[in-house]
Ligand binder design. Sequence first.
Ligand SMILES: [Zn+2]
Length: 438
Amino acid sequence: MNQVIRGIKVKPKLNVQNRHIMIMYAEAARTIYNDVVQKFKEDYRYYKLEKELEELEGKEDPSDEDNQKIKEIQEELKSKPEPMEFSRSGVDNVIKGIIFPKYPSMKKFVYSKLIRDAGYQALTAIQRFLKGLSGFPRFKSWKYTQSFKFSQIPLHHLMVRGKNGTVKIPTPQGQPSMQLLLRGFRPEYPILKIVETVVKIFPDGHIMVSMSFYTKVKPKVPSKIEVIGVDIGIKKTAVLSNGIMFPRLQIDHIFQEIKLIQRKLDKYKNTRLRLGYRRKLRNRYVKLWRRVTAIRRDHINQIVNELSKYLVVIVEDLNLKEMTKSTKGTVDKPNPKSKVERNIHRDFLNHTPGMFFRVLEERKGTLGIIVRKVSPVNTSRRCNECGYIAKNNRNREVFKCKKCGHRDDADLNAAKNIRDISGVKITLGEDGKYTVNV
Ligand SMILES: [Zn+2]
């Protein structure tokens, strides 16, 4: 038996009061998220000044001008409030010191752990930005889909009876408790622990609850006791060493519409004009994104389903940070145009490999497959026939070995290399059982 994470998405049945609480929780979560981001935005100047000061003070022979500048920076630093510490306790302090005094009734009506979870979510976005993994955290707008999550709901709050389930959503002390009826909640496996509960409120009023759990499953047995290599890319999502290719998603037309809507909405930014029309546009926008996500999930599931036939799957240990860096910039070198020129379409494609690796990790336990990673160095330059490595072996889509003349599709050649350099071997014993080295 393998322990894995599985999820269920259901539409809850809500009465007026519970719907009201849900909307209030979402609003609170958004406010907290935005306030933590706002705090970081203010602090950002502080960090920059600190860095500048450090550089100036490190100079061996500072000029009068430098000394003057040092004084000015020291003065400005003194006038600024203490910056936030990048840790959970740092976020807790911001909530206690800044957010609660600003919204005195929040503590009374909103469950405390939800408040903290929202703050930690902002922290994750900030940390991703500081590591150069994503752009400067953006404020959440009430105009689009709202969501909040609980990281800790105890298992005994969840009950399954017949076709439906109920979950007790925590409320603060002194407030009425809240039971949600989850229609069609029928997990087909034992639930060991609730990992996370996310509530999403769509602009058209739809509310969805997704819960993920730890469970134990008996892994499937792959039909082919073989090793397969996978080359993951952006031009083609995946190329397998057996020759199967998954071309990249053809969703340009959807992105064109998304961009068009974005442009129309931008025209009315900071105005109070044509509210009904804008609401209609926003609903369409959210719907399109939902469709895009569904298409992508489908695409990735197709690839993983194909891979699930093989006992051992070899992938490259790709540094996704490097792959997505180009459009975003980093802390030290932020790309000033990134916000304006941000190509959401390209971002999306760039992030598809990340989603693939996540899904593969999540599902390998259930599928009974072994996943190994190899270094991506030279996988596209090495000839799979003779092993000769040269930069000019590859010419865009075509691989042609400069030594032995071997020709192949460049990505297919890479996939075969990924399979072969792993050194993974499956040995079949006389008793029909197999062993895998590595
Ligand atoms: Zn060769």
